[in-house]
Design a protein around this ligand. Structure first.
Ligand SMILES: *Cc1c(COP(=O)(O)O)cnc(C)c1O
Length: 363
């Protein structure tokens, strides 16, 4: 049988998603379960719900293939042209489209070792080679990445802020990195957590869109609260976008996602409230973790990487039994770390209670 499967798929470790709430309830017989495992938004915009309900009576029709209205609206917001935008079935699909469009069969991808695993997995699914470069102090090491570049290097994926560490590359570091790069490759900045950043020196990558070979990825899955609808977007020069358009499936973004994203863009008050809530709760969690004398990595995103100083899988399982789903970091090789999404205030409180119980028990 295995001789029938393509070799690049045969040996692939698939992406492990956060455990769904219903699955945990079913398996452990729990009534109340909170999920802080996938960096989702704990809330949904009421305006988004209304817009989606209104669009329901058109689900018999194929969606607008090009996301025409969304492109217009977002281009206006970003002071760009619709031709600078491409929407995808989540930014996951855009990663795939980028690889298919840009990385030739004998060309290679570079990314960090401890980052969003989809860069590596999707590259391998497409039968392309990927080099991974270790982080330094939990941060992307741009100098080490530069050292790995050769003639075959075509795309470099950089998550900024990085998942799962929450660390970021500042404006100066990005500027220096882009300056010395050869012109035969493209840098992809994945800015899924852009809206949660609260430092003053975060890079404005949009200013490089026309002078450097870069693509920016953003998503509606995080601060906009549409993770279940699957929609993200890429910003790039029209030349890149036009070829990426050729590589995308004709109806890749469904009509409910398009209606939801349009309404989400308009609901600025929701975004404002969520951002403020997450920043406030981040401070609460920092203080609580300090109280538990646990180390964590300061985060520019809606999650925190925490050193529980014990086996991550054990801690994950014990927290699960108490109805709190976090992410164990075993797949990332961070064997004593968990990643916890910042949730609603009540969820964060519960998380700290359970963490205290689970970590306290065993020390
Ligand atoms: C959550 C996340 C995304 C979003 O992916 P979607 O497919 O848009 O849901 C992208 N990149 C990173 C680094 C993420 O953590």
């Amino acid at each position: 049988m295995s001789s029938l499967i393509a070799r690049n798929i045969l040996n692939l470790t698939p992406y492990q998603a956060g455990k769904p709430i219903d699955e945990v309830k079913r398996e452990l017989g729990l009534k109340e379960v909170i999920k802080l495992a996938s960096n989702e938004n704990p809330f949904v915009s009421e305006k988004v719900k209304t817009a989606i309900k209104q669009s329901l009576n058109q689900i018999n029709r194929y969606p607008e293939g090009s996301c025409f209205y969304l492109k217009e609206r977002l281009a206006q917001r970003l002071k760009l042209k619709p031709q600078n935008l491409l929407f995808g079935n989540g930014s996951d699909e855009l990663i795939d489209i980028i690889i298919k469009t840009l990385v030739g069969i004998d060309e290679e991808v570079i990314t960090a070792k401890t980052t969003f695993l989809e860069y590596e997995i999707i590259t391998k699914v497409n039968g392309r080679k990927v080099k991974t470069v270790p982080l330094t102090n939990f941060k992307y090491d741009l100098e080490a990445i530069k050292d790995k570049i050769n003639k075959k290097t075509k795309v470099i994926f950089i998550a900024n802020p990085n998942n799962p560490t929450g660390t970021y590359l500042n404006a100066k570091e990005v500027e220096r990195f882009l300056k010395g790069l050869p012109s035969h490759l493209i840098v992809v900045f994945d800015e899924a957590y852009n809206e949660f950043v609260d430092c003053a020196d975060f890079p404005d990558t949009e200013k490089y869109l026309f002078s450097k070979n870069i693509i920016i990825l953003r998503t509606f899955s995080k601060v906009y609260g549409l993770a279940g609808l699957r929609i993200g977007y890429a910003l790039a020069r029209p030349e890149f976008i036009s070829f990426m358009e050729k590589a995308r499936p004709p109806f890749n973004v469904n009509s409910l996602a398009q209606a939801g994203a349009l309404a989400a863009l308009a609901d600025k008050n929701f975004i404002f409230k969520i951002r403020n809530l997450i920043l406030k709760e981040k401070k609460y969690l920092y203080r609580a973790l300090d109280g538990l004398r646990l180390d964590y990595i300061p985060s520019q995103a809606n999650f925190i990487l925490i050193d529980v100083k014990r086996d991550t899988v054990k801690i994950f399982k014990e927290m699960l039994k108490c109805g709190v789903i976090v992410r164990d970091m075993a797949q990332y090789g961070l064997n004593t770390y968990i990643r916890a999404t910042i949730g609603k205030p009540s969820e964060n409180k519960r998380f700290i209670e359970v963490l205290k119980k689970v970590v306290g028990h065993r020390s």
